[in-house]
Ligand binder design. Structure first.
Ligand SMILES: [Zn+2]
Length: 90
């Protein structure tokens, strides 16, 4: 069963569709380009829509337990950079 194990030890199950913890990080510029397409007379298919996103997106897993973000590298698809919450000073 494909899974991703967070640094906190929580296993995220990747084998059942699109789980709520799987996110896409997309540059604002690309979102604007897609919006321009949608506003124009040029018809965009769903395949074109997903291709435009897949070209630039980073897959992100957000751990539901500790809220760490695991961001997939665009260069090495099997590498994730992990970002953890830092407690704010009181
Ligand atoms: Zn975690």
């Amino acid at each position: 069963m494909p899974k991703f194990t967070c640094s906190c030890g929580h296993d995220m199950n990747l084998s059942q569709g699109r789980p709520d913890f799987e996110l896409a990080l997309i540059p604002e510029k690309r979102i604007e380009e897609i919006a321009d397409f949608l506003a124009s007379e040029v018809k965009m298919t769903d395949e074109q829509f997903f291709n435009m996103i897949d070209e630039v997106k980073h897959t992100v897993y957000r751990c539901p337990v500790c809220r760490r973000l695991h961001v997939e590298s665009r260069i090495n698809k099997n590498h994730f950079d992990t970002y953890a919450l830092v407690p704010s000073p009181q």
